[in-house]
Design a protein around this ligand. Sequence first.
Ligand code: PGA
Length: 261
Amino acid sequence: MVNARLPLIAGNWKMNLDHMQAIATVQKLAWTLDEAKHDAGASEVAIFPPFTDLRSVQTLVDADKYPIAYGGQDLSVHDAGAYTGEISGAFLARLGCRYALIGHSERRQYHGETDETCQKKVEAALRHSLIPVLCVGETAADLEEFGASAVPIGQLKAALDGVSPDADIVVAYEPVWAIGSGQAATEEQAEQVCAALRATLAEMLGEDFAGRTRILYGGSVKSSNIASFMRQPNIDGALVGGASLDVAEFASIVRFYKHVI
Ligand code: PGA
C-alpha cells in the first residue's frame, strides 16, 4: 500500500511561553514557513501551547488563516462539573483545537496518570471530536528489563481499549530516556518500536486503521536528526519538545522533506 499518511510535526511547548510570547512565536513561525514556501501538503504543523495561550493562538490563526493546527497538552476525563483546575475537551474544541495530547510521560510521571486515566482521556477527546495524540514509551529501567517494545505496546493496548475502528487518533512513541536528554533513539530503534506499535494497531483495530494512523517519534528530535527518522517506513512525523521553542529550528524540522534524500 502507498503510504498516504500526511506527516505531522507537532511542537509540545510544555510549560513555556506565556500568551504574549505565544503571539510573537506563532507569528514568527507562520512568517518563517511562508517565507520558506512551506508545502502544507508535505507536512502538517501542530503546536501544543499552555492552556492560557490557546485563545490568543486561535485568534491569530483564525484572523490570518495560518496553516498551523493546535491542541491542548492535556484534557479532563470529565466534560463539566466540580473538578477544580481541570480543562474540558468541550472547551478545547470550542477554541478550535484539533488535537489533545494524552499520556505524555511528564503527566504519567508527575501527575500520576495511569493507563486507565489515559483510556478515559482518549474517550473524552473523541467525544469532543478532538484527535488524541496518545504518548507511549518506556523508561530506561523498562528498556533494560523488558526491551523497547513491551511497555509502549502495553500502554497502547490499554489506552485504546474500546476505541472504534472509525476513530482518528495519532500515536507518539517517546522513549522516556530520550526526552530532553539530547540522546535521541537511533532511527533503527525508533522504527522497530513504531513498526511493532503499528502491528498492534492492526491486531486491535484492523489493517485499515493501522494503515491510516500516524505514528510519531519523539525524544530529542532536532533539525539535524529529523531526516533519518522520516526515512523510516513506520515513522510519520515527530513530537518535538525543546526544539519547538526555537522557531527557526522548528520550521526546519517541519520542512524535513527538503532534507530527506
Ligand atoms: P524533547 O521533548 O524534544 O525536548 O526531547 C519531547 C517531548 O517531551 O515531547
